[in-house]
Ligand binder design. Structure first.
Ligand code: NAD
Ligand code: MG
Length: 400
């Protein structure tokens, strides 16, 4: 199903209220940085954080939201103790995340929670017809059909924040976005281990894996970039966002991360979006679309030797990309199973309970263990997510 991107342009001079879910994370902090550059245009309605209560308290002091959401009453107490005033009401739990995503006073929702934990609030924003700035790619991987249907039914504006998808969006102008498109070129940096041998990959540490050569990101997506699972998740994300088949998407390794993705047209044209690797560019684009506003990112210097290079991904050393391709080809609940297994195996790698290559082994094992069904409801998908997590945990236990 292809999206039609209708645009509701705010009246001149009106300020738009933004809920930032996952505000203490990498994308969340970048979002607040862009918002702070445009106080006449945007105000912060609600923030949410999971563990870093100190940072959440600082953000509340700076942005003075009406609400903040934390996971439990202990965090609520801890946060209240750090806040001198009572200008912000502190809410608790996942239902509060949904409430902040669908609140009638909110126009824009930044979905920047990591993992399938972000699904229900992404869906709530979509159902409520908001401008949904989707960084949380796992929402689309787990429940692409449901999320896209909700967007269609409510008339929500779904704008991709993942830099590649934001680039693709920018390279497909106009109302009939797929007209004349031959394929999409999804670029991948290849991560920190691009040129490592299979033997070297056995030895890599979490510290090496989270040190991405070009982008500064949260731990989970950094490991996903190193395994190429991130590119697999992004392939699935691109299929849902733009109504593409997996065969329409070519994954291209481009280690410099200067081109953020490209669209190839039937007339021979290839349109690319370029920039310095800074998430504030796609975030600013999403916040102000169709306007362009200052994002704070540095200009791309063409006098420097950009040395752009391109290569094929190696699915042998990085099997997670192949697994994602297989999962989207089967469809239904299969991508949700892969995503859940991967969230668990990445966490185990970060805790040094799995080696780097074992991430893919666990993911494949779980993918082959669960029978796949058509995706029918969010309850079914969350149930499958839980079963896949339990299987992954058991498989990891059995190995360690
Ligand atoms: P991060 O780990 O830095 O931040 C995650 C945020 O989610 C934090 O605010 C954390 O408190 C919150 N959170 C974690 N678990 C939660 C839970 N169970 N319930 C509620 N909130 C929870 O992650 P990030 O790098 O900012 O990535 C966020 C999302 O954006 C991911 O889906 C990622 O794939 C996507 N993304 C990130 C980047 C990037 O540059 N960081 C780029 C493209 C896409
Ligand atoms: Mg990306």
């Amino acid at each position: 199903m292809a999206l039609s991107y209708s645009v509701s342009v705010p009246a001149a001079g009106s300020r738009q209220w933004v809920t930032v879910l996952g505000s203490t994370g990498s994308v969340g902090c970048n979002t607040l940085d862009v918002i702070a550059r445009h106080p006449d245009r945007f105000g912060v309605f609600a923030l949410s954080g999971h563990r870093n209560i100190d940072l959440l308290a600082q953000q509340i002091e700076q942005h003075r939201p009406r609400y903040a959401v934390v996971p439990d009453v202990n965090s609520q107490r801890e946060l209240a103790a750090r806040l001198p005033g009572d200008h912000t009401e502190i809410l608790v739990g996942t239902a509060a995340l949904e409430a902040m995503a669908e609140h009638p006073d909110v126009q824009i929702v930044m979905a920047a929670i990591v993992g399938s934990a972000g699904l229900l609030s992404s869906l709530a924003a979509a159902r409520a017809g908001k401008r949904l700035l989707l960084a949380n790619k796992e929402s689309l991987v787990v429940a692409g059909d449901l999320l896209m249907s909700a967007v269609q039914q409510s008339g929500a504006e779904l704008l991709p924040i993942d830099s590649e998808h934001n680039a693709i969006f920018q390279c497909m102008p106009g109302e009939h976005r797929l007209q004349g498109v031959a394929s999409v070129l999804l670029t991948a940096s290849g991560g920190p281990f691009l040129n490592f041998t299979a033997e070297q990959l056995e030895q890599v540490t979490p510290e090496q894996a989270v040190a991405h050569p070009n982008w500064s990101m949260g731990q989970k997506i950094s490991v996903d970039s190193a395994t190429l699972m991130n590119k697999g998740l992004e392939l699935i994300e691109a299929c849902w966002l733009f109504g593409l088949q997996p065969a329409d998407v070519e994954v291209v390794v481009h280690p410099q991360s200067v081109i953020h993705s490209m669209v190839r047209y039937v007339d021979g044209s290839v349109i690319a979006q370029l920039g310095t690797p800074d998430m504030r560019t796609p975030i600013a684009y999403g916040l102000a679309y169709p306007d362009r506003i200052d994002s704070g990112s540095a200009a791309l210097e063409f006098t420097a030797q950009l040395g752009l290079s391109f290569d094929q991904p190696d699915r042998g050393r990085f099997p997670c990309l192949r697994l994602a391709e297989e999962a989207i080809a089967v469809g239904g609940t299969c991508p949700a199973v892969l995503n859940a297994a991967n969230e668990v195996s990445v966490e185990a790698f970060l805790q040094r309970r799995l080696s780097f290559p074992q991430i893919a082994h666990i993911n494949e094992l779980v993918l082959n263990q669960l029978a796949h069904e058509p995706a029918t409801s969010v309850e079914q998908l969350l149930g499958i997510d839980a079963r896949a997590r339990a299987l992954a945990k058991a498989a990891i236990e059995a190995r360690t």
